[in-house]
Design a protein around this ligand. Structure first.
Ligand SMILES: Cc1cc2nc3c(=O)[nH]c(=O)nc-3n(C[C@H](O)[C@H](O)[C@H](O)COP(=O)(O)OP(=O)(O)OC[C@H]3O[C@@H](n4cnc5c(N)ncnc54)[C@H](O)[C@@H]3O)c2cc1C
Ligand SMILES: *[C@@H]1O[C@H](CO)[C@@H](O)[C@H](O)[C@H]1NC(C)=O
Ligand SMILES: *[C@@H]1O[C@H](CO)[C@@H](O)[C@H](O)[C@H]1NC(C)=O
Ligand SMILES: *[C@@H]1O[C@H](CO)[C@@H](O)[C@H](O)[C@H]1NC(C)=O
Ligand SMILES: *[C@@H]1O[C@H](CO)[C@@H](O)[C@H](O)[C@H]1NC(C)=O
Ligand SMILES: *[C@@H]1O[C@H](CO)[C@@H](O)[C@H](O)[C@H]1NC(C)=O
Ligand SMILES: *[C@@H]1O[C@H](CO)[C@@H](O)[C@H](O)[C@H]1NC(C)=O
Ligand SMILES: *[C@@H]1O[C@H](CO)[C@@H](O)[C@H](O)[C@H]1NC(C)=O
Ligand SMILES: *[C@@H]1O[C@H](CO)[C@@H](O)[C@H](O)[C@H]1NC(C)=O
Length: 533
């Protein structure tokens, strides 16, 4: 290795923006040397460092890429160096050395970021990707109903491990088993039990985090402000989460699931209209998620809109049926629609793996049916009128390319009992539901990418009258670089407050204050990180 270049060591952050690929090669040599110097008596770290000269660089890089548009040969900026730490001290060293040598750091847990920000950086500085794939351990404490889960574990691994220890404990987090707990919990974490138990972040009781100074902190040593910030504010602005300590949640031995489909010809408009006001108020053990898609109407032989009500009830069918009859008779639920099962089987059901062995939840690449995808989100606080719904159906049928799927997930219950400032996640009382829009395509290349991005943006503009305003709120975990981002890494306060208010509402200011205290030099940053003052 070359000797460190003293002038490089003193480069300022602003100069770094001007670094070319040629000089960044020096930077990364210096970075690598710094790493090896931190482990003088052992070569353990060299086994977990990948540069482009290592033949396995690409396989490590793509191992947790979920969206087709970020796979090679797509021209997106790649990490100069990948580190897959085995020890906490490897993470400390990666932070210390990145800081010293002007490298940016990206952290990847499950790799499900909608914009790939855990392994792509559009900011003009060379970057290191820290892949937490070796931090997957999960320790369940049944007696105390708690667990420690390392950041690189997936929610599927967590659900599986809990269920193996107890048939009556579970956790409240997302549906897709390959999502990583590192990003997911720190950005919120909504799932089929959220009306009963809130988001994942609501059930975190402690955490281990490495800060910008390379210090390992827990809840006590980081303080309540920082502990607050990483539960919904996106930990990526504040440090590297190594593990979460979570409260496990009671689940009944038998739960009930159903999927009921209704097309426009089957009164979907009236039923969806009604759903908007009941889904948020109904018994909190009941979560009726709603998928809207185009479909062919069997009776009428023409295209229609289909509403699929995909539901979890934390109880048996005998209590569910009278409850539905009383609160939502319009849906016309009958006993034969319902399936009783264990909570862990419901995890398979909602992720499309019914009938598979439970071990599929341990497979980190099981949803490797990756597609090209762009997602966006909106919140709704006032029911959309029947006329409004009809305009939406018309748009969906006339411009099928604009939105492939809409998923409406009800709030209320526990979600609205938690105050809007208890965590940085502000979408609490008053929120009826969230809309997730997705456009999926199969054609490779920039043209298709740009065409589809433009299409979903048009649909998003079309939806303006029906959703929240000032701010038009959005869910951090459905990250969307369309909202107020300047790819030059301009995270000025003015710029950041555009998306900051959408994601965090009144909590944005407090996040900025925490950031200013714990990382005033803005080392932990990405295109949508919290700026220091
Ligand atoms: C197929 C699919 C299904 C999904 N389903 C749901 C769902 O049901 N409910 C829901 O709420 N969301 C869902 N999401 C969104 C998901 O919650 C977010 O994409 C989440 O951020 C993913 O976390 P990750 O660790 O897998 O992603 P990553 O890409 O690894 O990380 C996401 C962000 O968090 C940062 N980060 C990751 N790990 C750490 C760490 N240890 N310390 C600090 N920062 C870190 C990254 O740098 C990045 O900015 C889904 C996403 C996909 C692609
Ligand atoms: C990558 O290559 C470097 C230099 O040849 C080597 O030191 C390192 O051990 C390699 N990394 C891995 C993970 O094999
Ligand atoms: C990183 O820096 C911190 C604080 O300066 C120090 O305590 C720690 O030992 C360093 N760790 C490594 C592995 O470099
Ligand atoms: C439960 O928690 C208490 C208090 O933190 C602790 O002393 C005890 O060891 C825990 N139980 C188990 C089984 O770990
Ligand atoms: C509902 O519609 C979805 C999507 O078209 C389909 O996959 C599913 O089988 C249908 N379910 C029922 C119970 O009809
Ligand atoms: C639709 O609603 C009308 C009036 O409320 C009712 O008569 C009819 O049976 C319903 N159709 C279906 C398919 O449920
Ligand atoms: C409906 O059927 C037509 C003709 O078979 C087909 O081209 C179209 O893709 C179908 N639409 C949907 C949403 O399945
Ligand atoms: C995980 O799932 C993928 C896709 O279904 C499959 O190809 C792979 O073999 C599975 N891996 C393991 C370890 O079972
Ligand atoms: C950053 O964005 C803000 C708000 O859009 C703008 O006022 C400022 O000039 C930008 N700064 C740079 C360096 O581009």
């Amino acid at each position: 290795m070359k000797t460190p270049n003293a002038s490089l060591l003193s480069l300022t952050i602003s100069l770094l923006f001007l670094i070319s690929w040629a000089t960044s090669a020096h930077t990364h040599e210096n970075f690598l040397q710094c790493l090896s110097l931190q482990f003088p008596n052992s070569n353990s770290i060299s086994k977990v460092i990948y540069t482009r000269y290592n033949s396995s660089y690409e396989s490590v890089l793509v191992s947790a890429i979920r969206l087709e548009q970020f796979f090679p040969p797509a021209k997106v900026p790649r990490p100069l160096v990948i580190v897959t730490p085995l020890l906490e001290s490897h993470i400390q060293a990666a932070i210390n050395c990145s800081k010293q040598h002007g490298m940016q750091l990206r952290v990847r847990s499950g790799g499900h970021d909608y914009e790939g920000l855990s392994y792509v950086s559009y900011q003009q500085a060379p970057f290191v990707m820290l892949d937490l794939v070796n931090f997957q351990s999960i320790t369940i404490d049944v007696e105390n109903s708690t667990a420690w889960v390392q950041a690189g574990a997936t929610i599927g691994q967590l659900y599986y491990t809990i269920a193996k220890k107890s048939p009556t404990l579970g956790f409240s987090a997302g549906v897709c088993p390959t999502v990583g707990v590192g990003g997911h919990f720190s950005g919120g974490g909504y799932g089929m039990m959220s009306r009963n138990y809130g988001i994942a972040a609501d059930n975190i009781i402690d955490a281990r985090l490495i800060d910008v100074n390379g210090r390992i902190l827990d809840r006590k040593s980081m303080g309540e402000d920082l502990f607050w910030a990483i539960r919904g504010g996106g930990a990526t602005s504040f440090g590297v989460v190594i593990a979460w300590h979570i409260k496990l949640l009671p689940v009944p031995e038998t739960v009930t699931v159903f999927t009921v489909n209704r097309t426009l010809e089957q009164n979907a408009t009236k039923i969806v209209h009604r759903w908007q006001s009941i889904a948020e108020k109904i018994d909190e053990k009941l979560l009726l998620r709603l998928f809207l898609t185009r479909a062919n109407s069997s009776q009428h032989g023409k295209e229609t809109v289909q509403a699929s009500f995909v539901t979890l009830y934390l109880g048996g069918v005998d209590t569910l049926l009278p409850l539905m009859q009383q609160s939502f008779p319009e849906l016309g639920l009958v006993r034969s629609d319902c399936i009783e099962m264990s909570w862990i089987e419901s995890i398979l059901y909602f992720s499309g793996y019914s009938g598979e062995p439970l071990e599929i939840l341990l497979n980190r690449t099981s949803s490797s049916y990756t597609t090209y995808f762009k997602g966006k989100s909106d919140y709704v606080t006032e029911p959309i009128s029947e006329t409004g719904l009809e305009s939406i159906w018309k748009r969906v049928l006339e411009y099928p390319e604009e939105v492939t799927e809409m998923e409406l997930s009800p709030y209320g219950g526990r979600l609205s009992e938690v105050s809007a400032t208890a965590t940085p996640f502000p979408h609490r009382a008053g929120t009826l539901y969230i809309i997730h829009y997705g456009v999926v395509w199969n054609e490779a290349g920039e043209n298709a990418l740009n065409r589809n991005r433009r299409a979903i943006r048009r649909f998003y503009r079309f939806m303006t009258p029906y959703v929240t305003k000032n701010p038009r709120s959005a869910y951090l975990n459905y990250r969307d670089l369309d909202i107020g981002v300047n790819n030059k890494g301009n995270t000025s306060y003015e710029q950041a407050s555009i998306w900051g208010l959408k994601y965090y509402g009144i909590n944005f200011e407090r996040l900025v204050h925490v950031k200013t205290r714990v990382d005033p030099g803005n080392f932990f940053r990405n295109e949508q990180s919290i700026p220091p003052l």
